[in-house]
Design a protein around this ligand. Structure first.
Ligand code: GLC
Length: 557
């Protein structure tokens, strides 16, 4: 068990691991129903092992009516039959452990599905013993109890005729927020977490980890100047509330530590300073935060560089960070941070070089290792994402032009990340023999695993080289991070330094050529080229031309 701060501060498997996110519904379908399944993940374990990743993050596989694709859980103890049975889950875990890999599960405990038996009971009458397990309030003058907006832009309250009260839902109305101030809820959930840890799960990614405690009085949220929308984001009233930190400390000591398990929090609305209240080694409420700043930079490399620098400085020696460009809630990084039209492979390699050499534990989503891109479907009906559809309806109701809304929402739609994995050039990209739940991206004949395995110069093979390089040179994990170029340059260079080991990483984050002169401090050293995305195999010269999106990694001596 990880007791002392000292030990915690040192080497840990989750600091060294590369995490690969599997979105089970879209990974590999073995029974032809158009939905991926656990047997499909088992079938591809050797692929993942060969890629070199150390752990998989499995998005929710619990029983769910799938209003929000599994983030609406109706039974925490059961596997969604769409994905298989508990025996498949156990086999998957065994297969991972056999290969020396770890499993991280999603822990969605801010809310349950409205079809969860707890909610059905809670909803049944005002005096039901589970009434207080959720957040129920009377309306005000025929309106919602307060002005909060859900994350999908509608009111955060849904009226229930039976008892004449509203329930709170920070996401869709199919996801009712649990009342974490109720001790029975806490006990019940802690027990459920023990159940999965007892099966051997290694880690959790905790969904909306700083949202569990809402402000007790639930007041109106302050309106931002100029915001005329009826509902308001009041994060100051539901994120990081009193009691939140203590609850996580309790989860750690009562549950996680007993199994030596680790937990990473999906958290929004934090500065590096407030983040330390959760992630600092001497707090250990979260082992690591699932970092969103880079995803939120929405293609702006200046912001990416600044974010890395600022968070690294704040966390140095005090906490550990993660690093990621994307997940199942964001568009494909190569379409946003790179150039998926003219330099798909080159820019995907540039993103990969950054992801695997910048400070923090890297996470990437299935298909990113192929340079999979955003998709454009012809109409709203072809999309599935509940967030996109809810926002679309809300904007149409405010009189915006439907065509423009669709173009705008399509670029950021969560479906971009969720299109089926592209395994080969056969029908439906080898994902299914049936009709996929979400249409396959039409670029699959050129962007697929089989094709990229054969091509030594592919994005996939570049990922493999980078992952192997990261594993071999510990400075790329634990080394100090020293930026060598200003944040506003189109070239990005930094050092990773561990003792006498010095690595220099140079990235051209733009579609333009860049004439590079090496900084004075690097002169009088030999810089041996370890890996490059495009360049000829030569060591560093004092001046050189970087092609668009080109990246190089050198070892200095
Ligand atoms: C997280 C998940 C997202 C889900 C939401 C509600 O942000 O990543 O997919 O919609 O939580 O559970």
């Amino acid at each position: 068990m990880l007791g002392s701060k000292k030990k915690y501060n040192g080497r840990q498997w989750w600091k060294e691991a590369v995490f690969y996110q599997v979105y089970p519904r879209s990974f590999r379908d073995t029974n032809g129903d158009g939905n991926g399944d656990l047997a499909g993940i088992i079938e591809k374990l050797d692929y993942l092992h060969d890629l070199g990743v150390d752990a998989i993050w499995l998005t929710p596989i619990y029983a769910s009516p799938m209003a929000d694709n599994g983030y609406d859980v109706s039974d925490y103890y059961a596997v969604n039959p769409m994905f298989g049975a508990m025996a498949d889950f156990e086999k998957l875990l065994e297969g991972l452990h056999f290969r020396g890999m770890k499993l991280m599960m999603d822990l969605v405990i801010n809310h349950t599905s409205v079809f969860h038996p707890w909610f059905l009971e809670s909803r049944s009458s005002l005096d039901n013993p589970k009434r207080d397990w959720y957040i129920w309030r009377y309306g005000r003058d025929g309106h919602e109890p307060n002005n909060w907006a859900s994350h999908f832009m509608t009111s955060a309250w849904e009226f229930d005729e039976k008892t004449n009260q509203y329930y709170l839902h920070m996401f869709s109305k199919e996801q009712a927020d649990l009342n974490w101030r109720n001790a029975e809820v806490k006990e019940e959930i802690f027990q459920m977490v023990r159940f999965w840890l007892g099966k051997g799960v290694d880690a959790f990614r905790m969904d909306m980890a700083n949202y569990l405690m809402k402000s007790e009085s639930l007041p109106d949220a302050p309106r931002r100047e100029g915001d005329t929308r009826p509902y308001v984001h009041g994060e100051g009233l539901y994120a990081n509330q009193p009691g939140m930190r203590e609850l996580l400390t309790e989860l750690r000591s009562e549950v996680l530590d007993k199994y030596g398990a680790v937990i990473f929090g999906e958290m929004y609305f934090l500065t590096p300073e407030t983040a330390l209240e959760y992630a600092a080694y001497d707090q250990r409420r979260m082992d690591m935060l699932y970092q969103y700043e880079i995803v939120g930079a929405r293609g702006d490399w200046e912001k990416v560089k600044k974010s890395v620098r600022v968070w690294y400085e704040a966390f140095k020696g005090k906490a550990w960070s993660s690093i990621t460009f994307s997940n199942h809630d964001s568009p494909r990084p190569v379409s946003i941070f790179g150039d998926d039209k003219n330099a798909r492979a080159e820019s995907a390699k540039c993103l990969a070089t950054f992801l695997l050499t910048a400070p923090g534990t890297p996470f990437f989503l299935e298909g990113e290792e192929l340079g999979m891109t955003n998709v454009t479907y012809p109409d709203l009906a072809s999309y599935s994402d509940i967030e996109m559809k809810t926002k679309y309806a809300e904007r149409v109701s405010r009189g915006e032009d439907p065509g423009s809304i669709l173009i705008d929402l399509a670029r950021w739609s969560r479906d971009n990340a969720r299109t089926p994995m592209q395994w080969n050039a056969e029908t439906e990209a080898g994902f299914t023999t049936g009709r996929p739940w979400l249409p396959v991206n039409p670029n699959y004949p050129e962007v697929n695993v089989d094709f990229e395995q054969e091509d030594t110069d592919s994005v996939l093979n570049f990922y493999k080289k980078l992952i192997a390089l990261r594993r071999k040179h510990r400075a790329l994990i634990y080394g100090e991070y020293v930026p060598l170029t200003p944040d506003d340059w189109e070239t990005y260079a930094y050092k990773r330094v561990l003792g006498a080991d010095v690595y220099i990483i140079i990235l051209n984050t733009s579609p333009r050529e860049w004439h590079m002169k090496i900084p004075d401090e690097l002169k009088n050293h030999r810089h041996k080229l370890l890996l490059s995305s495009l360049a000829p195999n030569s060591d560093m010269e004092e001046e050189f031309l970087l092609k668009p999106w080109e990246t190089r990694i050198y070892k200095s001596s």
